[in-house]
Write a protein that binds this ligand. Structure first.
Ligand code: ADP
Length: 224
């Protein structure tokens, strides 16, 4: 699904060049669940953002689903991203002014699906995540765990092949973290490829493999 070869990322400012990633090579197979760990500032989010086509590498190649996506322009990246990738962030990233239903519907609006199909798919995914009774609520009226469940609903409503999760349980207590990890594990069992950045050894233990980054380089691969 994902093949990164000698991937590099430099953030350049007038004063300093920061090498966030140096020669990272990594393969994630279709249906695999990979956890990325490492200390703060080692490049985890940068790597996930490049995998998610939110950012572009400075060098190296990125193959996604057999296609070289290293040099796509913004429009092509956005189109591909909306078609096959779902994101889950630590901070949930829901839109406060939109209801639960509207937040989850958003990716389907971007895809240009007709209203009836949108409604069917949103209700199906909200039912699956036990959130349909909250569909008219706004994010501020929900607990952190419920907000993350809505964010997962939004990430999966378009049936993405790949889920990228950046510290999905980082803002949650242990009960809500368990719920979110259970959901990710269910998606994995259904064949979705998942790459998750985490600081939690416990959350990482649910993955097939842990990749450890240090100073922009992979220092360890561990099969679980
Ligand atoms: P992590 O997610 O592991 O905490 P990041 O990927 O966020 O690490 O950052 C890796 C390095 O790149 C850090 O040194 C960080 O300061 C730097 N960095 C990240 N984003 C930017 C940016 N937009 N501009 C400049 N430097 C950045």
């Amino acid at each position: 699904m994902i093949q990164l070869s000698n991937l590099k990322k430099v953030f350049r400012t007038e004063e300093i060049d920061t090498w966030a990633l140096c020669e990272v090579s990594l393969e994630v197979k279709e249906g695999e669940f990979v956890a990325i760990m490492g200390p703060s500032g080692c490049g985890k989010s940068t790597l996930l953002n490049i995998m998610g086509l939110l950012d572009v590498p400075t060098g190296g190649t990125y193959m996604l689903g057999g296609r070289d996506v290293s040099l796509l322009n913004d429009t092509e990246r956005t189109k591909l991203r909306r078609g096959i990738i779902g994101f889950v962030f630590q901070s949930f990233n829901l839109i406060d002014e939109l209801s639960v239903y509207e937040n989850v519907e958003l990716p389907l609006l971007y895809m240009g699906l007709p209203a009836r199909e949108r409604k069917e798919r949103v209700m199906q995914v909200l039912d699956r995540l036990a959130m349909s009774h909250r569909r008219k609520h706004f994010p501020a009226q929900l607990s952190g765990g419920q907000q993350q469940r809505v964010a997962i609903a939004r990430a999966v409503v378009s049936n993405p092949k790949l889920i990228l999760a950046d510290e999905p349980t980082g803002n949650l207590d242990s009960t809500n973290s368990k719920e979110v990890m259970d959901l990710l594990c269910q998606l994995h069992e259904q064949g979705t490829t998942i790459v998750m950045v985490t600081h939690s050894q416990h959350d990482a233990s649910f993955a097939d493999r842990i990749v450890e980054l240090y100073d922009g380089q992979i220092v360890q691969h561990a099969e679980l």
